[in-house]
Design a protein around this ligand. Sequence first.
Ligand SMILES: NC(=O)c1ccc[n+]([C@@H]2O[C@H](COP(=O)([O-])OP(=O)(O)OC[C@H]3O[C@@H](n4cnc5c(N)ncnc54)[C@H](O)[C@@H]3O)[C@@H](O)[C@H]2O)c1
Length: 331
Amino acid sequence: MKVLVTGGAGFIGSNFIRYVLRTRPGWRVVNLDKLTYAGNLGNLADIADDPACSSRHSFVRGDIASRDLVNHVFETERPDAMVNFAAESHVDRSILDPAPFVATNVGGTQVLLEAARRHGVGRFVQISTDEVYGSLGPGDPPFTEASPLAPSNPYSASKAAADLMALAYYRTYGTPVIITRCTNNYGPHQYPEKLIPVIVLSAARERPVPIYGDGQNIRDWIHVEDHCSAVALLMQHGRAGEVYNIGACCEWRNIDLAKALLKAMGRPESLIEFVPDRLGHDRRYAVDAGKLEREVGWSPRHSLAETIPALVEWYQSREPDTPGCTASLAC
Ligand SMILES: NC(=O)c1ccc[n+]([C@@H]2O[C@H](COP(=O)([O-])OP(=O)(O)OC[C@H]3O[C@@H](n4cnc5c(N)ncnc54)[C@H](O)[C@@H]3O)[C@@H](O)[C@H]2O)c1
């Protein structure tokens, strides 16, 4: 099977490519990525050095919002399936300037859907987010796939718009779309503007660890490899036209996560500095992933608490001063 992966030089896309090349020997991957500030081919350096994997991976630099380029890729590569990870993904940046989020997340997704419709593709997996559901109260049950969409910020609104466009392509043209809505990912290769790398890299330099508001915001965490295994299974066994939540029942308050990371690093909690809250900051996310577990037999294998030492080691060993990094916080 030949799979077109868009956004494969980013955090989750690069982990997905690594995961499928190692677990699906019959799959080939074409990686289409614009290499924005968040894209880095260094995230796939180990793949390039592994002949068993590198021979099944090719890279095309380009913008998913470019019709000509995307049509050319479909004509020349003729993918059997595709998965769209390409996105502007940082909530804070979307609050500063929503336009690139609309261009890539909505416009780019529509260009991909149209190419898939014209050229035909067996599966089109649209990677969405739990953030499209908006915020939960403290005692609310986790979101299910039937929960209404109520995005709070330009990032989540652009992702919700892309979900609706993808479902419209399924209903109107029969394009075999699957939508996944995953919780917050942790693991290697995340761009260092997001919460876990910000905490580790700030603490490593003995600088203040910025935490939004009162630190009581709750996020539901999943290891990036568990996210990738769910997406691969859905590509094979998911039902077209369906939405699947992906989550590992792992809710943490931001303040508790910061304290746990500092403890693992042997740094004092006094480094934590509360900073003015993000505009429109969602209080709590959590999803019910029962549909995914029942339909494709998926279950998560990693625990955040057990992974914290490895996360700390991985980010501490990386160069902290990445160009373009705003060192602000992500959800
Ligand atoms: N990170 C999370 O915790 C999380 C959780 C749920 C869902 N998601 C979703 O998963 C997807 C991947 O997220 P991520 O954290 O890996 O993001 P990321 O910012 O690390 O990577 C995004 C990648 O997309 C590429 N890209 C951006 N615009 C492009 C364009 N116009 N054309 C081609 N490539 C482009 C970038 O170069 C980069 O390689 C996104 O759709 C995001 O909404 C992320």
